[in-house]
Write a protein that binds this ligand. Sequence first.
Ligand code: ZN
Length: 421
Amino acid sequence: MNTAPLSFDTLLSGGTVIDPVTGVNGRYDVAIIGGKIAAIEPDLSRRPARETIDVTGKLVIAGMIDTHAHVYEHVTGKFGLNPDMVGVRSGVTTLIDQGGPSCMTIGGFRNYLVNTAESRLLCFISCYLVGGLEGHLYPDLYGPNGVNVEHTVRVAKENLDIVRGIKAHAEIGGQSRWGLEVIKTGRNIADQTGLPLYIHLGQLWPSLEEGPVPDADELIRELVPIMKPGDVLAHPFTRHPGGFVSKEGEVHPIVFEAIERGVRVDVGHGSHFSFEVAKRVLDAGVRPFTLGADLHGYNVRIPSATDAGERESNPFFGIAPFSLTIAMTELLALGMTIEEIVATVTSNPAIMVRMQDQIGALKVGRDADVSVLEILDGKFKLSDNSGVEVVSDKLIRPVFCLRDGVRHDSNSPLIPDAIAA
Ligand SMILES: [Zn+2]
């Protein structure tokens, strides 16, 4: 009788596994059979494997989940990126599109993207009828007339396998036009669907020229009381007005109250990210629950000189190329531990989308979504969009990922080159 153990399809050999859910932290082998994780043990080298990948010195974590993606390609115009460039070809196995699809366009998102991408795609459906067309470039589309609660609730409930939350914006351009009316509509949609509400902070639209310019600090004081446990406040490190930090330079006390109540914080890096604001917020004791790269068509390329007018008219143009792993490197440079950072891209996002029994952890029997990263030593230049530069002695880079056991090398053109300091 043949008692030889079943051979592995893939063996990731000798990597440093960090998994916040199981508490595994150290040198382990990870084996895959039939697209599922078959074993995680200190040494599996005696078992036969069809393919052994030596990942000695590399970091092996659950497939990364980017909580803030914009990948409704083509439909959202220049804004939406190719999902697999942001996803599996950047080492990220799951993407949560924030507010691209709406009740009117979710069908296209499912058929053209969810069903065809190699990356796992979920979304927070837009509370606006038009979704994230051209990156919310035309504010007039986002007023109270651009919302239909009944339609959005119905469509969200019909698509709960991919719709995991509701996306809305709280920012002073909108406040100058409509007050909090649209946000309260988003609250209503979230309540009727039982899904978390994800709120963008930081100025997006110019304020109306006529009438008083609203107080950015007042906005967050009005907003936070309507946030509930499991809801998400995004862009805490924004360099734009209307974020966590007041005009006086202090973190609003109401933010701590909200976190105490179970409201979560997503970095939503984008072109918002400011080292100075991040340091202030982290020093005040706020810990982001999730990371979220917020890459989109306006912030992944450096605008040319001829784009100057376009750049001024759109606060989201970026001059500092980034990615999810650059954002992880920045959190490391700001003093967060690698274990905390791994949680912001694995176990915590899984909780945010209430899929912690399926994704976000390395466990035997689960789909083999695994990210393999390297942490380079050296002197690397990191920069933000307010012109601040920081030298980091580490740089986190994706090497490859497995999505359902299938290998995807990290060769996306969106991964910025390392910049030596
Ligand atoms: Zn965004």
